[in-house]
Design a protein around this ligand. Structure first.
Ligand SMILES: [Zn+2]
Ligand SMILES: [Zn+2]
Length: 192
């Protein structure tokens, strides 16, 4: 399958609205990731043989996309996790925020019953490198970490709670209010 054909099929499903030019840029990768998110277990954004087979199957059967986990999330929006490089290093979502991470954030928000603020979600390499003290292999790069606070809750209290949540591998206070939470540190590839 050529890149043009891939873009055309992604466009047919309403996932790709840019020009069908055969140039495989960030928008093609993002559309592929969105397709995978709706119909596959893998979410690497790579349009390989498996994705090709699956997209033909979806189009020929008219299969509906599965519901995004975001529809069950009340207190956070995907936009809050956008990379803050301002478009200099990525299109905002070089990786998708991890479902486990968001479900944990939601749990913390519900547990403490107060407003949450996200100061950093997904990061591209450029943004990550700019931020002081960030690890070169930071989980933020894979959508598996976030920095946030719950208003009126100290970082220590929030941190202690975060450590009880599923899949948490990193939990530490950034300052008196904000906490870094990272999940799924040792998973690679097919994780969500
Ligand atoms: Zn970025
Ligand atoms: Zn962090």
């Amino acid at each position: 399958m050529t890149n043009r054909q891939k873009q055309h099929l992604l466009g047919y499903l309403g996932l790709y609205s840019a020009e069908v030019d055969g140039i495989w840029g960030p928008r093609s990768v993002r559309a592929t990731r969105e397709f995978q998110d709706c119909y596959m277990e893998q979410t690497d954004g790579i349009f390989g043989a498996e994705t090709e087979k699956r997209i033909l199957e979806v189009i020929s059967t008219g299969e509906k996309p599965r519901e995004s986990f975001w529809e069950q999330i009340r207190y956070f929006a995907r936009e809050e996790f956008r990379c803050t490089c301002g478009g200099r290093g990525c299109d905002g979502f070089p990786a998708e925020p991890s479902e486990q991470l968001i479900r944990n954030a939601e749990a913390a928000r519900v547990h403490f019953g107060n407003v949450a603020d996200v100061s950093s979600g997904v990061r591209c390499g450029l943004r990550n490198a700019e931020l002081p003290g960030s690890a070169a292999n930071s989980l933020h790069l894979r959508g598996k970490a976030m920095d946030f606070r719950i208003r009126g809750v100290s970082a220590d209290t929030l941190c202690s709670y975060v450590r009880t949540l599923p899949g948490v591998d990193e939990a530490y206070a950034i300052d008196s209010q904000f906490v870094h939470m990272g999940v799924g540190k040792y998973e690679r590839g097919n994780e969500k």
